[in-house]
Design a binder for this molecule. Structure first.
Ligand SMILES: Cc1cc2nc3c(=O)[nH]c(=O)nc-3n(C[C@H](O)[C@H](O)[C@H](O)COP(=O)(O)O)c2cc1C
Length: 383
């Protein structure tokens, strides 16, 4: 069946993806901290944002989706969020998504924990790939990785600051999640019932953390590697540390994972080009607010930086909701992974097409020729 007909929305891709990946990967992708309260909250807060259609005004212009962001023009106000271990959910996910980003003229952010070399991603999408760094408590490791990203040609460095300590997601702990995946009986049984995933994984070879492996002792066991990497992130990202990264990186710098308006002001003061308000898809702090709740306060502090946000986006309407609340740009994580897990190589393109179409429709109904006009049609529960 033609994919446009088979997958008319992200929801259909999600259902197909669930049937194609082993349960331990599915739980890794979709799960959150604790019992998933923040994952649910991201949806609840988005669903509460409503638009009152405006039909008889003069907004006859066709909605314009393209936006300028940090000196580049993109075809839509959304990009692909960094997803660590993407290659475990579906082999070559990062490569496929980078290629989709280039074709769709949207950014793709490669995670520090991607299972592909950064040079390969820079080659696939030289103008659309950004690199995401989880800073380390070893300055020499940061310096080496940042220098490598600069050599590879990335234009944008995204520093994710929301990992002051290793995250414990109960389902991942129970599943013994590891890279490469552990071969205990329980995991093997889950792989056997997902033959397309198993064959694709066998063809792709063992997934590895290509950015980080040069920095860990050779021959370390999987269990020790996890503990070792977690210990290298332990500790808060300080302003001093962030300033050092700003000084080391001569191109565009984005700080990801902020909640508080005071942190936004600090980023502006040290010369960041953009911030990402994000609760990390609800994966770190179960009691955390959603980004959409924090946008108004952030907007007041953002100055000339771009205000980016993410969390829970599954449709173009959701993109419109974030824009109406003040975001200049948004990121989508799981939605794009559902696309790749369902369709493989072209799944990212299908997600981008769906989001673009739905956003266009939401803007047309709201009588908004440009994103900035969406605020006029906004109605939130309780208003
Ligand atoms: C499986 C998974 C892995 C992630 N890995 C990273 C990562 O390596 N670096 C990072 O900055 N954010 C990471 N995130 C957070 C996403 O970049 C993004 O903030 C979040 O997924 C947005 O929510 P959404 O998935 O509901 O769109 C990850 C999210 C998921 C779901």
């Amino acid at each position: 069946m033609d994919p446009t007909r088979r997958y008319p929305s992200v929801w259909y891709l999600e259902q197909a993806a669930r049937r194609r990946v082993p349960r331990f990967c599915w739980e890794y992708l979709t799960g959150g901290a604790g019992r998933g309260g923040a994952v649910q909250r991201n949806r609840t807060m988005l669903d509460a944002v409503r638009f009152v259609p405006r039909l008889l005004d003069d907004a006859a212009d066709r909605p314009k989706l393209s936006v300028d962001l940090m000196g580049r023009r993109y075809d839509a106000p959304f990009g692909i969020a960094p997803i660590g271990l993407g290659g475990l959910v579906w082999p070559h996910a990062a490569e496929y998504l980078a290629a989709s980003a280039r074709r769709q003229n949207i950014p793709f952010i490669m995670s520090s924990y991607a299972t592909v070399a950064m040079e390969r991603i820079a080659e696939i999408a030289p103008e659309h790939a950004w690199f995401q760094l989880y800073a380390f408590n070893r300055p020499e490791m940061d310096a080496a990785i940042v220098a490598r990203a600069e050599r590879a040609g990335f234009e944008v460095l995204v520093v994710t600051v929301d990992l002051p300590t290793a995250t414990r997601r109960p389902h991942d702990a129970r599943n013994g999640l590891a890279v490469p995946p552990g071969m205990d009986l329980e995991n093997l049984a889950q792989m056997v019932v997902r033959p397309r995933w198993a064959v694709a994984m066998l063809r792709a070879g063992v997934p590895r953390f290509h950015t980080l492996l040069p920095h860990v002792p050779a021959g370390m066991s999987m269990a020790d590697l996890g503990t070792h990497l977690a210990s290298l992130h332990e500790g808060h990202m300080t302003l001093e540390h962030l300033k050092a990264l700003r000084d080391a990186w001569p191109r565009k710098l984005v700080v990801k994972g902020l909640y508080h308006a005071a942190d936004v002001a600090d980023c502006r003061a040290l010369g960041a080009d953009a911030v990402v308000m994000s609760n990390h898809g609800g994966r770190h702090v179960e009691g955390a607010p959603s980004a959409i709740e924090m946008l108004e306060a952030a907007r007041a502090e953002v100055g000339s930086m771009a205000l980016i946000a993410d969390g829970g986006i599954r449709s173009g309407l959701d993109v419109a909701r974030f824009a109406a609340r003040g975001a200049d740009f948004v990121l989508c994580g799981r939605a794009f992974m559902f696309g790749v897990a369902a369709m493989g190589e072209r799944g990212g393109d299908r997600v981008a097409e769906i989001l673009k179409g739905e956003l266009h429709q939401a803007m047309a109904h709201a009588g908004a020729p440009a994103l900035a006009d969406l605020t006029g049609a906004l109605h939130t529960e309780g208003d």
